[in-house]
Design a protein around this ligand. Structure first.
Ligand code: FES
Ligand code: FES
Length: 238
């Protein structure tokens, strides 16, 4: 088992960063870049978290959760003040201009700067689905997206799902089938469920398929059976 210590206790100078990255790459040759989010270099800069996983399993392949945790920690550790950028975001049909740190996540932009609290922050690491929104109709984890990357996109939050005061059929179904208890995960569940039916493009999904496709949305209250029933109901009516 490796005893190499990759802990970063302070930001590295440019001259020391390359050898450090080479060493981490050698130790974690199969470290993969996730489908979206930080660059591989940024992930590698988060090496101070990786030894924890390495101690558990020498042939460790970094999981998305350890990458997310490592990335978050690296961002905090390496954070330096940067000039605000004027971001233009189109949310729920409304155009907004916000002077923001360009590193602001879409989730923080929505909640902290636009006051759209329907989108929830659960894990802030891409693990729970509470922050699910639609970007150009596709479900997206707002906690793993930078707001600056979505200036050309149409963003929809749970607040934008109803029309003229009428709830979306999926919102109605969650009410009808009791698809929630505390409600914290519910906006993310509903946004995922709506996108799921778009993804299915009219193909009927079995309860097992619905469960599988909704597996990125965690409900601590265990409302899963009722959530599946609600989605089935909307699917049958559409
Ligand atoms: S808050 Fe984004 S996935 Fe949990
Ligand atoms: S309803 Fe409470 S976490 Fe899902």
């Amino acid at each position: 088992m490796s005893s190499v210590n990759f802990a970063l206790t302070r930001p590295l100078s440019a001259g020391r960063l390359r050898p450090y990255l080479r060493a981490v790459k050698t130790r974690f040759p199969r470290l993969e870049k996730p489908a979206f989010g930080p660059s591989k270099s940024l992930l590698l800069m988060a090496g101070h978290m990786l030894p924890l996983s390495a101690r558990l399993n020498p042939s460790h392949r970094a999981s998305s959760s350890s990458i997310a945790v490592a990335y978050t920690s690296a961002m905090a550790e390496h954070a330096t003040p940067v000039a605000a950028a004027l971001l233009k975001l189109r949310v729920n049909g409304n155009q907004h201009s916000l002077p923001l740190d360009p590193r602001t996540t879409l989730l923080d932009a929505l909640r902290e700067h636009l006051g759209l609290y329907g989108t929830k922050k659960g894990c802030d690491q891409g693990q729970c689905g509470a922050c699910t929104v639609h970007v150009n109709g596709r479900r997206t984890l707002a906690c793993l997206s930078l707001a600056i990357a979505h200036q050309q996109d149409e963003i929809t939050t749970i607040e934008g799902l109803s029309h003229n005061g009428a709830l979306h059929p999926m919102q109605e179904a969650f009410l009808q089938f009791d698809g929630f208890q505390c409600g914290y995960c519910t906006p993310g569940q509903i946004m995922s469920a709506v996108a799921l039916l778009t993804e299915a493009a009219g193909k009927p999904l079995s309860p097992a398929e619905i469960r599988e496709r909704m597996s990125g949305n965690i409900c601590r209250c265990g409302a899963y059976p009722n959530i599946v029933e609600a989605i089935q109901h909307v699917q049958e009516g559409s």
